[in-house]
Design a protein around this ligand. Structure first.
Ligand code: ADP
Ligand code: MG
Length: 328
């Protein structure tokens, strides 16, 4: 059965039926607006991302359930990057009329499953027909105690630069897909179903450790560049220190050029943050408590610009790195 047969309100009703109750969601799907509550003294965080077919994903490379999961996770990752707790999600869907109802159901199930894993509830959205590609717009709201919000802007010379998890897995999977190959399942999972580092982001913020934080969507160098722009300082990155997964390392043995994906590849959705060097031990302790590996990969300096100390100890000055939708 096609979604078109089911109709806009049939689809909304299907979504509504799949959403569980949440006391802080005073009014959810079904009215003109959602009405939500956040704890007193906390700031409301709001972030939006678009996922457009053939720009952000290919339908033949993923399945609808994982697409649903990823749509929730990548937005929630932005809440994590502020040190926040994800709470409410809004889902805008423009569906090609020939979409299968079973695929729609799988998408919604995946979306709600991932949302639930992070403690977020679907509070509203919009549903319409697309004359072309599948388009997904997700808005995520979270909250953070006002004195614990972490921005991109606070890095200081001498701070160490940390990243969570491993780098380049998603970009390596994408490279394989673009070559018409089947990626290693672990790498494919990192690309199609990334994990937002909510527990880690919150724990770091609650301990007042990060001086600045951002999530890695455009690639390490590009996102570190955003963080440096916000602070006005420069940085050096130690390529040899970059954390790489075992499957990534195994492939790198035969194809050394994939190493650049750890610096420039996007969609890791790991956290990149800075903290005073004197707090490194505390960072390690909090990361262990959150169950996520954290690695020191560089240092903020007074000298503007970004340099990479490569695997051979040579100083590199990377040109433009990372993904820009409007770049040629
Ligand atoms: P309006 O015309 O006021 O925009 P709609 O008929 O579009 O209202 O939506 C009715 C209700 O269903 C609203 O509460 C809206 O937030 C919700 N809704 C519509 N589409 C979605 C969706 N894809 N996901 C979650 N909620 C949705
Ligand atoms: Mg509407």
């Amino acid at each position: 059965m096609k979604v078109a047969k089911f109709g806009e309100f049939g689809l909304i009703e299907r979504i509504r039926g799949a959403v569980s109750a949440e006391p802080a969601l005073r009014l959810g799907i079904g009215d003109d607006c959602a009405a939500v509550e956040i704890p007193p003294g906390e700031l409301l965080l709001t972030t939006t991302d678009l996922l457009i077919e053939d720009v952000h994903f290919r339908r033949q490379w993923t399945d609808w359930r994982r697409l649903g999961r990823k749509s929730a996770s990548v937005n929630i990752s932005d809440i994590a990057a502020m040190g926040g707790i994800p709470r409410f999600l809004y889902l805008g869907l423009a569906l090609p009329a020939e979409s299968e109802l079973a695929d729609f159901d799988a998408f919604i199930a995946g979306f709600l499953q991932a949302a639930g894993e992070y403690g977020a509830v679907l509070a509203g959205g919009d549903t319409c027909r697309s004359p072309g590609p599948l388009l997904i717009s997700v808005t995520a709201q979270g909250s953070v105690p006002a004195d614990e919000v972490v921005t991109r802007g606070g890095a200081r010379p001498g701070d160490l630069i940390f990243v969570s998890g491993t780098l380049g897995d998603s970009a390596l999977a994408l490279r394989r897909l673009q070559a018409g190959e089947t990626p290693h399942p672990y790498l494919a999972g990192r690309h199609h179903d990334p994990t937002a580092r909510v527990g880690l982001g919150r724990a770091l913020a609650a301990a007042c450790l990060p001086s600045a934080m951002i999530d890695l969507s455009d690639g390490l160098l590009a996102d570190l560049g955003h963080l440096l722009t916000a602070s006005g300082f420069g940085a050096e990155v130690w390529e040899r220190a970059l954390p790489l997964s075992a499957p990534f390392q195994a492939i790198m043995q035969n194809e050394p050029d994939v190493a650049t994906l750890a610096l420039g590849g996007g969609e890791d959705y790991e956290l990149l943050f800075t903290a005073p060097a004197s707090k490194a031990a505390e960072v390690a302790r909090v990361a262990e408590g959150a169950g996520v590996a954290v690695t020191g990969v560089g240092r903020i300096g007074t000298e503007p610009g970004l340099i990479v100390i490569d695997r051979h100890g040579r100083v590199q000055r990377p040109q433009r790195a990372g993904f820009d939708h409007f770049a040629d």
